[in-house]
Write a protein of this length. Structure first.
Length: 298
């Protein structure tokens, strides 16, 4: 088995190779003068299982394009199996045609991967209108979750004697599944914020399953933190209700459009993300769960 990467997730790729005592051989990826992709493997692939480790951020378009080219090239060079480890799988949020004429990009992405890789392993994909990855993928897929790792991180952050002081919040209904699962694992209460639009200018926000927040440490959990707006709104609400502190934890930290500044201004004292996407805020390592899965391929 050989571990490689298209440029993203190199830290995870190198750690997987080291822990599994496998060769890590990065791809050479460049461009011809006209912009066409140049891609080259730097090791013998014939008869090997090739594991491509690549999150789809930054540059989701090129990440997908590079994976498809790399997977098809690996097979052409004699690889017996190509496994894609995508800690963050992009293109999953456009899961329906919201307006006439739109591309359902999740299905297009899945079609491209179905035709190029043999297996997909990913973390907490954005499954809100799909029941499972099987709805769009024909290849074998493994859906891992960072929830146990996040729960362990939270437990280590707060001394046991103060532990019942925490509240975990899902900033919207889509994030509640993560918040609720983690709260159960940690043993604290969870709630979710719901927005109700009364008019173009007036939005009412209320708490579902109300829990007391005054004087407590609030932990806001979401799968994807992109612009930070959703987290910021939840933080403002928590602070207004008397929260002692606010921490935000995200599985996938995209963090664009000054997300960090936006959340800090709203009262988020600490931001923590997993290393599914490489960011300075990475404090939770998902590699141990990937190791367990890849050991099955040995």
């Amino acid at each position: 088995m050989i571990i490689t990467s298209c440029g993203n997730s190199e830290g995870i790729a190198k750690k997987l190779a080291s822990e599994l005592k496998l060769k890590y051989s990065p791809l050479t990826i460049a461009s011809f003068p006209d912009g066409d992709i140049y891609l080259k493997f730097n090791t013998e692939l014939k008869g090997q299982k090739v594991v491509i480790v690549q999150s789809f951020f930054p540059h989701p378009d090129m990440s997908l394009f590079d994976v498809v080219f790399a997977a098809k090239t690996a097979k052409d060079l004699g690889a017996k199996k190509v496994i894609l480890v995508a800690p963050y799988l992009g293109y999953m949020r456009q899961d329906k045609r919201f307006h006439s004429g739109e591309c359902i990009s999740s299905r297009v992405m899945a079609d491209l991967l179905n035709g190029s890789v043999d297996k997909l392993i990913t973390f907490d994909p954005h499954l809100h209108r799909y029941k499972s990855l099987k709805d769009i993928f024909t290849i074998p897929t493994v859906r891992l979750t960072a929830n146990p790792l996040i729960a362990e991180f939270i437990k280590k952050q707060f001394p046991a004697k103060y532990f019942k002081n925490e509240v975990i919040i899902g900033p919207d209904w889509e994030s509640y599944q993560w918040a609720n699962d983690i709260a159960k694992a940690v043993g604290v209460k969870a709630t979710v914020l719901e927005k109700k639009r009364l008019s173009s200018w007036h939005v009412q926000e209320r708490m579902i399953n109300p829990v007391p927040i005054r004087g407590r440490d609030v932990i806001i959990v979401d799968d994807i933190i992109s612009t930070g707006r959703t987290i910021a709104e939840a933080a403002k609400k928590a602070k207004k209700m008397g929260a002692r502190s606010v921490m935000a934890i995200g599985v996938h930290g995209i963090l664009i459009e000054d997300a960090l500044a936006k959340m800090h201004k709203a009262g988020v004292g600490k931001l923590v993300t997993t290393n599914c996407i490489e960011q300075p805020s990475n404090k939770i390592d998902v590699t141990p769960l990937l190791l367990q899965e890849l050991k099955k391929e040995r």
